[in-house]
Design a protein around this ligand. Structure first.
Ligand SMILES: *Cc1c(COP(=O)(O)O)cnc(C)c1O
Length: 431
């Protein structure tokens, strides 16, 4: 399988090269040359297959010769070592809880898969690969945990000082080993800008091999399709059309669902749900893509003004907005609506939503008004305790913290403070 850059100015690459490069030299995102549907037999027998078998069947064409069959199978086994429960929230709507991995974020799936691929590709190299990543919170923890102790790979995470939650900070700063956290005096955009600068800095690139671990990397993006199969499998017993509602920021998650559908998973419809950073829902209404600068909200993992994977979403439909609109509806909700929803669902349905999942649920409620008698699945992208400040205040109730998180809170924070790009550069060149 070859990947081409969506800017079409760089040469096509294998999965391996696309993963190692992260982004094409022309700054385009990599996209697979072709997507062949799974055989009808597999789709018909979905319920008899394990999630590991489905994952293997669905991703093997995207890996091609880059990873041998048995190695790929073991990478999948290790990646998917936790479950994705489908929890009934109301009559027809369900939460697909993706937050039972080590850092309680759906990003664990992509990060664990990518870490193992990169570890394999780098086995025989003498030279280390450095994964450089900027985070507003959840990516940092998932990447740190996923890449911890992967031989030959060093991870450098930039996060904005004082702008991530206590849990998120501990997840990035307590592991040590091959994981380094740089605490940046600034906001997320400053971290992101520094990372972008480093990627095009010739002095740095002459000396070290850098790659990214954001959802622009195909090894983080594609495995996210696995849990759409898992959710569909669990919902199929209701014998009704199944819709997926995806709380979206950079749109990697939604785009992975679209790939699952292209492979033949009979998903009826997608809901692209955002907070007030609504560039994509506005586009779906007006046909004009006019991204705004990002605005801070309580669902902060989705505070993205110009989603990096939007170009892939368009590509899935050959850049035909009419086809896109047939499959995907857009909704956006503000913080007040989100809080009200968290409160209502807690009081009436005894289910605790996090602010991101709540936006997915709100989308389903709106959609089902004109589309009754269908199953709605929203992706539960993070455990509510990761956003406990907002959620506890809203439901006026303490949230129980899972044991694996309480343990992380006991670790000692170690970070290096940096103020500007020259300090990042110095760090990268000297370490
Ligand atoms: C990253 C994240 C999202 C957004 O996912 P995208 O793939 O960027 O659209 C949603 N919710 C949570 C909790 C996240 O961490």
């Amino acid at each position: 399988m070859l990947y081409s850059s969506l800017n079409y100015l760089s040469k096509s690459e294998s999965f391996k090269e696309a993963v190692i490069k992260g982004i094409a030299p022309d700054k385009g995102l990599y996209y697979p040359h072709e997507i062949k549907p799974l055989s009808k037999v597999i789709i018909k027998n979905l319920n008899n297959l394990s999630i590991h078998d489905i994952a293997y069947e669905s991703i093997k064409q995207f890996i091609g010769d880059s990873i041998p069959k048995n190695k790929l199978k073991s990478i999948i086994q290790e990646t998917l070592n936790f479950d994705f429960p489908l929890i009934k929230v109301d009559e027809n709507n369900f939460s697909l809880e993706l937050f039972h991995g080590p850092t309680l974020a759906f990003k664990d799936v992509g990060a664990r898969f990518m870490a193992r691929c990169l570890g394999f590709f780098n086995e025989n190299y003498k030279e280390k690969i450095t994964v450089l990543v900027a985070t507003s919170g959840d990516t940092g923890g998932a990447v740190a945990d996923g890449f911890y102790n992967v031989p030959g790979v060093k991870v450098v995470i930039l996060y904005p000082k004082g702008k991530v939650s206590a849990i998120q900070e501990k997840q990035m700063t307590t592991l040590g080993g091959n994981i380094t956290a740089l605490e940046v005096g600034g906001v997320f955009d400053d971290c992101q800008d520094m990372v972008k600068k480093a990627f095009i800095d010739t002095q740095i690139n002459k000396k070290i091999r850098l790659t990214s671990a954001n959802s622009i990397n195909v090894a983080r993006w594609l495995p996210q399709m696995f849990y759409y199969f898992a959710g569909y499998q669990k919902a199929s017993k209701y014998k009704l059309p199944v819709n997926f509602s995806v709380p979206s920021g950079n749109f990697g998650n939604l785009c992975a669902g679209l790939i699952a559908q292209k492979l033949g998973l009979p998903i009826n419809h997608f809901l692209a749900c955002t907070n007030i950073n609504d560039s994509v829902p506005r586009y779906l209404k007006s046909g004009i893509y006019d991204p705004n600068p990002s605005v801070q909200t309580i669902s902060n993992a989705m505070d993205v003004g110009n989603p990096s994977n939007f170009i892939r979403v368009q590509k899935v439909f050959n850049n035909d907005i009419h086809k896109l609109k047939k499959q995907v509806s857009g909704y956006s909700f503000n913080d007040n609506e989100t809080k009200k929803c968290i409160k209502n669902i807690y009081e009436n349905n005894k289910y605790i939503l996090d602010p991101h999942g709540a936006i997915g649920y709100l989308g389903l409620k709106k959609f089902s008004k004109t589309n009754p008698n269908q199953i709605g699945i929203f992706l539960g992208t993070a455990h509510p305790c990761k956003f406990s400040e907002v959620v506890e205040k809203t439901i006026k109730q303490k949230i129980e913290m899972p044991k694996k998180l309480s343990k992380i809170l006991e670790g000692e924070k170690k970070s290096i403070k940096i103020a500007d790009y020259s300090q990042l550069k110095e760090y990268l060149l000297e370490n």
